[in-house]
Write a protein that binds this ligand. Structure first.
Ligand code: IMP
Length: 430
């Protein structure tokens, strides 16, 4: 099982970082393939909290090779700060452990400004983006007007390239959004500095992966965001601007689909969402507030409170299909302890009709009511459990019911924030 892809099966923030970190010890290579610093993985190592936005979580394990694929959009300022921070805390002492694709696109200061300006004008139609410039950077990539990492390294031509792009974007910022222009010379100076910081990590990620797989190395792909935020398969337009499903691992790092052995979907034991958009199982009552408080549901990137609700097995089953999930891992099962009876959404009902497919349009989604099933809860703490059999019976029954509804086995269950607070049923590379 040398190549395993791990993706979010909900609206992001499923706790992928903790599981990638838990299993990174078993991998030789960890790869990011989409998204940018809109993602944020909160990891707890020896009681110390570490948040990474761009560098794969594998960096916290000595000796692991970390790759950032062409599908990622890189804000060089954030990446340079992240490298400096990890170095200062002695997690990253060897430059050869990080390779960044020279084909990856850069997030420019005008992308951030455009992202924020467009959101500010949307009123109650706000997507609730992270304001990091993700959408405008991917738009430029598709419009074929983006700057890529190899352009940053071409220091001779870089100033002219930046001058021409800044002029165009400044006109747009001024004339469309009534914003102030950017100063191209300042951007050039800033970016020449980033070129120096990032040059040691430039590489051909696809070739590195090919070599590593050829040597029988074990590779873990870590997805960012989640399936329901996918630009094609998510709750459009309340989505992010990249494909977050497992197929993006191929295009975002340069490997073929036949190389993938397993696709693992990560889901919380309940559901959360940040930003706007439909959320059929949302709880706007004291149970929702209690989930937010117990689960510490505040965004790792923006600190925003997350919207909380019961588990949506209908959406999860859709995620199983569009990713080709071979198994799932459940996080934060401990948060449900002591809540009383637990609900699962097993389908959506719309105007008296049970839906067969996840609706593509907001109008149907907003008119949907979840079809609920209720299961008994449990009062006992889970945090000392290290095997499935040692979990309280109702917790076991809850997990078994999820397996039936999603139609794939559960491979691991996280029962606390610490690395070791994880019940592993099947290891990813087994
Ligand atoms: P963007 O990715 O910043 O453009 O934001 C688009 C939508 O995706 C917003 O609703 C964000 O809150 C959401 N989003 C982006 N990244 C994450 C993430 O890592 N976790 C959860 N939601 C995210």
């Amino acid at each position: 099982m040398p190549l395993v892809v791990l993706v979010g099966a909900q609206w992001g923030d499923e706790g992928k970082g903790k599981l990638v970190d838990h299993f990174a010890g078993e991998a030789d290579v960890v790869v990011r393939f989409q998204g940018g610093n809109n993602a944020g993985h909160t990891l707890v190592v020896d009681d110390e909290q570490v948040i990474v936005h761009l560098i794969p979580s594998g960096i916290l394990h000595r000796g692991k090779l970390c790759l950032i694929g062409n599908g990622v959009v890189i804000d060089p300022q954030v990446l340079c700060e992240e490298i400096a921070n990890l170095r200062a805390r002695h997690y990253f002492d060897d430059d050869s452990r990080l390779v960044i694709s020279t084909r990856a696109h850069l997030i420019m200061p005008y992308h951030r400004r455009l992202d924020q300006a467009s959101e500010n004008r949307k009123g109650d139609q706000k997507i609730g983006t992270t304001g990091r410039g993700i959408g405008p950077a991917y738009s430029d990539k598709m419009a074929r007007t983006g700057l890529r990492f190899h352009h940053l390294l071409d220091e001779q031509r870089l100033p002219d390239r930046i001058r021409s792009l800044v002029a165009e974007k400044s006109t747009y910022l001024q004339q469309v959004w009534g914003e102030s222009p950017l100063n191209a010379e300042e951007v050039i100076l800033e970016f020449l500095g980033y070129a120096r910081c990032l040059a040691p990590y430039a590489g051909e990620v696809s070739r590195v992966l090919d070599e590593q797989l050829g040597q029988g190395k074990r590779v873990l792909f870590e997805g960012a965001q989640g399936t329901m935020l996918d630009i094609d398969h998510g709750t459009y337009p309340f989505v992010t601007s990249s494909n977050t499903v497992a197929g993006a691992a191929c295009t975002g790092a340069g490997v073929g689909p036949r190389q993938i052995d397993k696709v693992i979907g990560i889901t919380k034991a309940y559901t959360t969402r940040v930003g706007g958009g439909p959320f059929p199982t949302e709880l706007q009552d004291e149970i929702g507030a209690s989930l937010r408080e117990r689960g510490k549901e505040f965004g790792a990137t923006t600190g925003r409170p997350r919207r909380c609700g019961w588990l949506d097995a209908f959406a999860l089953n859709y995620a199983r299909r569009v990713n080709g999930l071979t198994e799932i891992m459940i996080t934060k099962l401990d948060v449900l302890t002591g809540l009383g009876p637990i609900r699962i959404c097993v389908g959506y009902q719309c105007q008296g009709r049970i839906l067969e497919d996840y609706p593509p349009d907001l109008e149907t989604l907003e008119a949907c009511e979840p079809v609920w099933e209720e299961l008994p809860g449990w009062p006992e703490s889970l945090r000392a459990s290290r095997s499935f059999g040692s979990l309280p019976r109702p917790a076991q029954a809850y997990v078994r019911r999820i397996e039936q509804l999603v139609k794939v086995p559960v491979a691991a269950i996280s029962i606390g924030p610490e690395r070791e607070e994880t019940v592993v049923i099947r290891h990813p590379f087994e």
